[in-house]
Design a binder for this molecule. Structure first.
Ligand SMILES: [Zn+2]
Ligand SMILES: [Zn+2]
Length: 347
């Protein structure tokens, strides 16, 4: 089979490799569409070395058709249209044993720790496979993973009706969070970014206020929009940001703009320490929670796609064939403007 194989740092080759075989309780899937994630680019740049071994087939956001099922698989059959939840919890650690699978201490991801979906075939565990309803296309289903991650974050945020919500960062994840927020009746939604192109996309998805944090101080803007009260909820989906007018790292911006007893959800994975001025934060008695991958949100994301509540077409900006994967990674690693989600079509 043909696969896009990461053979060394910043080196992906599309080549023939041996096709995997499904074992007991496993399923052989032919991926038809695989999304390229920000994490994939970090992997490509060597930031996951130690966890990712070369050669590895990357790609953890994928949907396709079941080709073959292994022994003991009864709920899925060859020909089924499916998407894949890439996470593999250990089921042994304390977090797993209390049901917090997304916080697993030994969490593995297909496409990170194990071969993934940028290939003509992939073997996955039967419990990682979700059957798609008639009305969800395989292409849209490649977005189920990121929408599940966004749904998990929104649930961690415990949004109340009419909440004033700020999303820091209008990248793929920030825009996915915005898309999910639009489905649940939040009040005003503000989104910030440094690129106008992304903010235009946010406006199309339905953001009420878009702030270019390179032109304006996002903290001052949010405080002024709320009459000095601050935001009810803030999602930090940036990690590392440069050139913002506030001069603060995103988590510090969130801490400054949150209201008393408000709630911050952190998804950004910046490489640096980020200082926060804790005294005013303590006086606010605000809450910070982290949100990692997803936990049980796949069926919800699938049904939101089925009912048309989510529209992936705003976020998917490019569709490329498997042969183009090395160029796509190079382009994304160089920080291509006007590129959000790049989806790989595998024939
Ligand atoms: Zn991802
Ligand atoms: Zn675990």
């Amino acid at each position: 089979m043909k696969a896009a194989v990461l053979v060394a740092r910043e080196k992906i080759e599309v080549k023939e490799v041996e096709a995997p075989q499904p074992g007991s309780r496993e399923v052989l899937v032919a991926p038809k569409y695989t999304g390229i994630c920000g994490t994939d680019i970090h992997i490509y740049q060597g930031e996951f070395e130690g966890r990712v071994r070369y050669p590895t087939i990357v790609g953890h956001e994928f949907a396709g058709i079941v080709e073959e099922v292994g022994e003991g698989v009864e709920t899925i059959a060859a020909g089924d249209k499916v998407c894949i939840d890439p996470i593999i919890p250990c089921m042994q650690c304390t977090a797993c044993r209390e049901g917090n699978l997304s916080a697993c201490k030994n969490l593995k991801l297909r496409g990170v720790d194990l071969d993934g979906g940028l290939a003509e075939a992939a073997v996955v565990g039967a419990d990682q496979v979700f059957k798609l309803p008639e009305r969800v296309s395989v292409k849209d289903a490649a977005m189920v993973e990121i929408f599940s991650v966004a749904t998990h974050a929104v649930r961690r945020g415990r949004i109340d009706p009419a909440d004033f919500v700020v999303v820091l960062g209008a990248g793929k994840l920030g825009l996915s969070i915005l898309s999910v927020l639009k489905t649940i009746g939040a009040g005003t939604i503000v989104i910030t970014d440094l690129q106008d192109y992304r903010l235009d996309t946010a406006r199309r998805i339905g953001a009420d206020v878009c702030i270019n944090a390179g032109d304006k101080d996002a903290v001052k803007e949010v405080l002024s929009l709320t009459g000095g009260r601050g935001a009810d909820r803030v999602f930090e989906a940036v990690g590392h940001a440069e050139k913002s007018v506030s001069g603060l790292p995103p988590i510090a911006e969130a801490a400054e703009m949150i209201r008393n007893a408000g709630r911050i959800v952190v998804l950004g994975q910046g490489p640096d320490m980020a200082p926060v001025f804790w005294r005013p934060f303590v006086w606010k008695e605000a809450t910070i929670v982290a949100s990692r991958v997803s936990r049980g949100e796949f069926p919800r994301a699938i049904s939101m796609l089925e009912s048309g509540l989510l529209d992936p077409s705003h976020i998917v900006t490019h569709e490329v064939p498997l042969e183009y994967v090395p160029d796509a990674f190079r382009m994304l690693a160089e920080g291509a403007e006007e590129a959000l989600k790049v989806i790989v079509k595998i024939d």
